[in-house]
Design a protein around this ligand. Structure first.
Ligand SMILES: *[C@@H]1O[C@H](CO)[C@@H](O)[C@H](O)[C@H]1NC(C)=O
Ligand SMILES: *[C@@H]1O[C@H](CO)[C@@H](O)[C@H](O)[C@H]1NC(C)=O
Ligand SMILES: *[C@@H]1O[C@H](CO)[C@@H](O)[C@H](O)[C@H]1NC(C)=O
Ligand SMILES: *[C@@H]1O[C@H](CO)[C@@H](O)[C@H](O)[C@H]1NC(C)=O
Ligand SMILES: *[C@@H]1O[C@H](CO)[C@@H](O)[C@H](O)[C@H]1NC(C)=O
Ligand SMILES: *[C@@H]1O[C@H](CO)[C@@H](O)[C@H](O)[C@H]1NC(C)=O
Length: 382
């Protein structure tokens, strides 16, 4: 990937991001989820994010939910639409994984694997790596995984996701290759020996959350807790995931980030359609929390904001024929028509304007936004 060449030698690294089902995917799959399945997974993820957000931290939330809804604790992965390939071990074994700003621990399926789901690449085999080491229970790192246990003095981690999927295995260290010139040694990850109910034949997951075990936190010395990503606008193009400060550029604007322990939270202040700022009460924005999330597909807004956006968008799209709604997507246009959406911009604290790409405005020819149940649920920006 040519951009790697341009940035090698600095504390910055770049990985290609591809759509899991598109022709650029390293593991193109023939079975695609339906729109209904994508939206169902998306809602599970949104429910999870909101539940954690309203309880302050993942740990308190898990403890509380164990008494009330035991079947639904933990994370929800969403539909895992975008993937990156990294190398685990020495020599490296390439593994294509989902990346997730909403969770911390990275894990892959590991041999010997009593209960692995099928994946397209070879399973990671720790016996073929000279840099693999499991972590003993006595090590302080063991308690960083909030579900952990001990087996023959070796640390076991576990993660249960909200959609019923789970991974359990050895908490381990390995050399992680992000790009040919960027290796992270001693990276703590989950070597998953029992992994259930995951969709999509991916090798595992890369956690980019704010907790101590995430890749971002583990590489903070090198990359300074800074990363950025650009999702590919179409299935047949590549995006990128970079770690480290971007080169200074006039195209970059900054908005302050909240000091949330779990999520990346910013202040959304206004929305525009066709260059016109919408008349939405400022209090709808100032009293809500807006989470930036890589794993959600449809941007969620407080309902009072969504209703105004929807009616302004529909007015500017009068020339197109609407079709019936698809689940939570209620502003949909003819599927077989090439639609040029009205421009939509999001405005953030610090006078930052984000003009959305067409691919961020429409999903399957539907307005790619939905309202949450109530204004205090806040929003999730995709
Ligand atoms: C990379 O980070 C290290 C550790 O923070 C620092 O010593 C070094 O100067 C940085 N290199 C570059 C090129 O910024
Ligand atoms: C892993 O992927 C990289 C980048 O595509 C490639 O250069 C390398 O040869 C691959 N390694 C193996 C062992 O397949
Ligand atoms: C893992 O690698 C070891 C050493 O090369 C080999 O003996 C073993 O059969 C491999 N395991 C599997 C399940 O492929
Ligand atoms: C986890 O990170 C926080 C800072 O984000 C730090 O205060 C805390 O000591 C870390 N915990 C461990 C066990 O390393
Ligand atoms: C976000 O908005 C809230 C409420 O208006 C304010 O208290 C806070 O300072 C703002 N910025 C950040 C980064 O939290
Ligand atoms: C709708 O179509 C009419 C006639 O073709 C055109 O004049 C008008 O600019 C179009 N409006 C929008 C919003 O595209």
């Amino acid at each position: 990937f040519f951009l790697n060449f341009l940035i090698s030698g600095s504390n910055r690294t770049l990985l290609a991001v591809t759509h899991r089902h598109g022709p650029c995917s390293p593991i193109p799959s023939k079975t695609r989820p339906t729109l209904g399945e994508i939206l169902r997974q998306d809602q599970l993820r949104v429910n999870y994010l909101q539940q954690v957000a309203s309880h302050g931290s993942r740990e308190t939330r898990v403890q509380e939910s164990q008494t009330s809804v035991p079947a639904k604790l933990g994370f929800a992965l969403g539909s895992a639409e975008y993937v990156v390939t990294v190398g685990y071990g020495t020599p490296e074994q390439n593994q294509t994984v989902d990346f997730d700003t909403g969770s911390d621990i990275s894990w892959i399926q590991c041999q010997p694997c009593p209960a692995c789901y099928p994946q397209q690449e070879n399973y990671f085999n720790a016996s073929q790596s000279s840099s693999y080491a499991s972590i003993p229970c006595s090590s302080p790192e063991c308690s960083l995984s909030f579900q952990h246990a001990c087996s023959n003095s070796t640390c076991i981690y576990g993660v249960t996701y909200g959609d019923g999927s789970s991974t359990v295995g050895y908490l381990s260290r390995e050399t992680l290759t992000l790009s040919p010139s960027d290796k992270v040694s001693g990276f703590i990850f989950g070597c998953g020996q029992s992994n259930k109910h995951f969709i999509g034949k991916l090798a595992g997951l890369m956690g980019l959350g704010r907790g101590n075990l995430s890749l971002v936190s583990q590489t903070s010395q090198k990359f300074g807790n800074v990363f950025s990503y650009c999702l590919p606008p179409t299935e047949s193009s590549a995006g990128y995931l970079t770690f480290g400060e971007p080169a200074p550029s006039a195209a970059i604007s900054y908005t302050p980030m909240h000091t949330d322990p779990t999520f990346y939270v910013v202040n959304l202040t206004a929305i525009s359609v066709g260059g016109q700022q919408l008349a939405i009460q400022p209090s709808v924005f100032s009293s809500a929390m807006f989470i930036l999330d890589s794993g959600t597909v449809i941007t969620r807004l407080p309902p009072s904001a969504y209703q105004v956006l929807r009616s302004a968008f529909q007015s500017s799209m009068m020339n197109y024929t609407m079709r019936k709604s698809s689940g939570i997507l209620d502003t949909c246009y003819d599927e077989n028509v090439d639609i040029k959406p009205a421009p939509v911009a999001l405005h953030f604290e610090g006078n930052v304007t984000l003009n959305l790409d067409d691919s961020g405005i429409l999903f399957d020819n539907c307005l790619a936004f939905a309202g949450n149940k109530k204004d205090s649920d806040g929003g999730i920006i995709v």
